[in-house]
Design a protein. Structure first.
Lengths: 360, 299
């Protein structure tokens, strides 16, 4: 490794490198014209070949500018990317396309799919009452947990950034841990148990706030709020780490300059210096949090059951799983998946646009 | 870039609050933030504390009224119960562990290699369709895998890798965020490093293995840990039918489903499930944060 860098530095100074193709084709052109002028003995011939060489240089430049040549020249790059993108095609691109195509068919895994046009979508929006509930719940989830978890990620990352050394590492771990510990959120089932043995009921009974235990996960009006709280607990994930890391990279001299310019307290500092400086991380975090907030399903299935009481905890994903892996109505399930796909990507694109304008 | 950051982190360590940043800091503000942090931190950490305590509780304390969060007479009974249950299992328990190692390990190593190989040209070379390929990967981060679950199942059946380890490993290799993070991290490497090697006649793959890869170590660890988190919770129930092939997570879930009689062992299981990824993260924390500094998205 060190050997490599040494040679790197040595050669670097000596040679001017050509990186883009424009520079290279220019160089090639020069070479051609040089050769030609060397050959030429009299004036007329020289000028003739000069114009000829200009043409051939143009031809070379054109050839090198063409996509085919560029692809050939970067053959190695394509070979290196091939394994990833072949897998990516099979397990991401193709599935999305198939899902869109299958959503216009009736498919039960046994017979060949039959084309049914928009029927699945019509059924989804006009006849399927549970889908309407699921869509409503998903949107509530997304509208609440998306922005709230995003703000929390930012707030906690910002506060953690004020700490140092061991304390910072510890706090990062504490806040990040829930999102990585697999299905350990099942511990919430103990907290939310509907009888007196549930931790929450136990505490509330002891404090005389309630007289009898509440069936948290069996009472319609509690299901969604409780799931939202649990989801928030789980949601300080990759976006949160990105924010912490982003805050660390902000140049301290910017704060000093801002203080001289009249920034008086930490809140102003946050708004005028910190947020604009970490815009790229804010974008990345937004993608993470939005995608997560639309995909809520596991906690609903494990805490509230599937189907939950009066479908109070149904989300688009639980509905999708219901049709896809229980009823095997794949065409219909694909229509649900397609709608979810459009919702997620659409929201992400929209939010990216909005965030792109922040600080401009 | 990386060097700069290290210097910063190492500077003031003795102060609770960073001395250098005291510019616009008031005592009231510090106290307020400290209080917020304690309250929220308690909320975040309480369920985790419960997991630890439950794993150490004897059975009578698990079903006590009123329920107590902290254990009174800690015992390792639950773990020994778990071992008894493990020995009773139909497939030898070591088999589940081996399966998990193959699936998670294969997924992690393959992903790091395949994603880095794709990330290097995307970060450092110019070629047609580069933008389109990368924006496809970014797009894939904007929806969750549940969307593609059904067709993915069909494709895996067509490829005849159903009911093999590959059914779980191969899709994991093309995980979009790994490529994204790796590419962003590689972009910071100075171009001069590669140019010089190129002039020495090194081929692209040599540059990749000998120059680029040793310099992006924090990124591999990050990709590995994110991949681990993805794969650790996977029970493989959709693709693996043979009991012989199922991962540890599956058998642990079987134990949790055992009801009251197995409540103790289940508490031990929950502890193990939660503890492994947390410990893994703890070890790699600084590397992960270093990688995440370059995670930002430009339009």
């Amino acid at each position: 490794m060190s050997k490599n860098t040494e040679t790197t530095e040595a050669v670097e100074e000596a040679v001017v490198t050509e990186t883009d193709t424009a520079a290279e084709s220019e160089a090639a052109g020069q070479k051609v014209s040089e050769m030609n002028t060397d050959d030429g003995s009299d004036q007329g011939k020289a000028s003739g070949t000069a114009s000829g060489s200009a043409e051939s240089a143009m031809a070379i430049a054109k050839k090198q500018g063409s996509i085919g040549y560029q692809m050939k020249r970067n053959k190695e790059s394509y070979f290196m990317m091939a394994p990833y993108f072949i897998l990516f095609f099979f397990f991401t691109v193709l599935p999305v396309l198939m899902s869109i195509i299958l959503s216009f068919t009736d498919f039960n895994m046994l017979e060949f799919p039959t084309f049914v046009g928009w029927r699945n979508y019509v059924k989804l929006f006009l006849e399927d009452n549970i889908f309407t509930i699921a869509l409503k719940n998903t949107l509530i989830f997304a509208v609440i947990t998306g922005p709230v978890s995003y703000m929390l990620c930012l707030l906690f990352a910002w506060i953690i950034n004020e700490f140092h050394g061991f304390l910072r590492a510890l706090l990062t771990l504490i806040f990040y841990a829930p999102s990585i510990c697999g299905n350990a959120y099942l511990v919430w089932t103990l907290i939310l148990t509907g009888d007196r043995y549930g931790y929450l009921n136990g505490i509330l009974l002891k404090l005389d706030i309630i007289n009898e235990p509440i069936l948290w996960m069996q009472t319609e009006k509690y299901v969604l709020p409780v799931l939202i709280v649990v989801q928030l607990w789980l949601s300080l994930g990759t976006g949160f780490l990105s924010f912490i890391a982003g805050l660390q990279t902000i140049d301290r001299s910017m704060y000093e300059a801002a203080a001289l310019d009249g920034v008086k307290n930490r809140w102003q500092e946050l708004w005028y210096v910190t947020l604009p400086a970490m815009k790229p991380q804010l974008m990345f975090g937004a993608v993470m949090q939005i995608t997560q907030s639309f995909a809520v399903a596991d906690i609903s299935i494990n805490l509230a059951g599937n189907p939950s009481v009066n479908y109070a905890g149904a989300t688009i994903v639980t509905h999708l799983l219901d049709y896809g892996s229980t009823r095997f109505e794949m065409g219909y399930a694909s229509a649900i998946a397609t709608i979810l796909f459009l919702l997620m990507v659409g929201t992400n694109k929209l939010v990216q646009k909005i965030l792109g304008r922040v600080g401009e | 870039m990386a060097k700069k950051k290290k210097e910063k982190v190492q500077k003031p360590k003795k102060h609770l609050f960073n001395k250098k940043k005291q510019l616009n800091r008031s005592f009231a503000g510090n106290t307020l933030l400290f209080v917020i942090m304690i309250i929220c931190g308690a909320f975040m950490v309480l369920p985790l504390v419960m997991i630890v305590n439950n794993a150490l509780k004897p059975l009578d304390e698990l079903y006590q009224f009123p329920p107590r969060i902290f254990v009174r007479n800690p015992t390792l009974e639950n773990f020994s119960d778990l071992f008894v249950l493990m020995n009773d299992s139909w497939v030898p328990f070591s088999r589940y562990i081996l399966n998990t190692i193959i699936i998670t390990g294969g997924g992690m190593v393959g992903h790091v290699v395949v994603a880095s190989m794709a990330a290097y040209p995307l970060a450092k070379n110019n070629f047609p369709f580069k933008k389109q390929l990368f924006s496809m990967v970014v797009l894939s981060m904007m929806f969750s895998w549940t969307v593609t679950q059904i067709p993915q199942y069909l494709i895996i059946s067509w490829l005849h890798i159903n009911n093999t380890y590959l059914a779980l490993i191969l899709p994991a290799w093309s995980f979009g965020m790994g490529l994204y993070l790796m590419k962003q991290f590689m972009e910071q490497l100075p171009d001069s490093m590669m140019e010089a090697a190129r002039l020495d006649g090194a081929k692209e793959w040599q540059i990749f293995w000998k120059i680029v890869m040793p310099n992006v170590k924090p990124a591999w660890l990050t990709l590995a840990i994110f991949q681990f988190q993805q794969m650790w919770g996977n029970t493989g129930s959709l693709f693996l039918r043979d009991e012989q092939l199922k991962p540890l997570q599956y058998s642990l879930q079987q134990i949790t489903a055992g009801g009251v009689a197995r409540a103790g062992a289940a508490a031990a299981v929950t502890f193990i499930i939660a503890a492994v990824p947390i410990i893994f993260f703890l070890i790699c924390q600084s590397n992960v944060l270093e990688t995440m500094t370059s995670s930002g998205m430009k339009e």
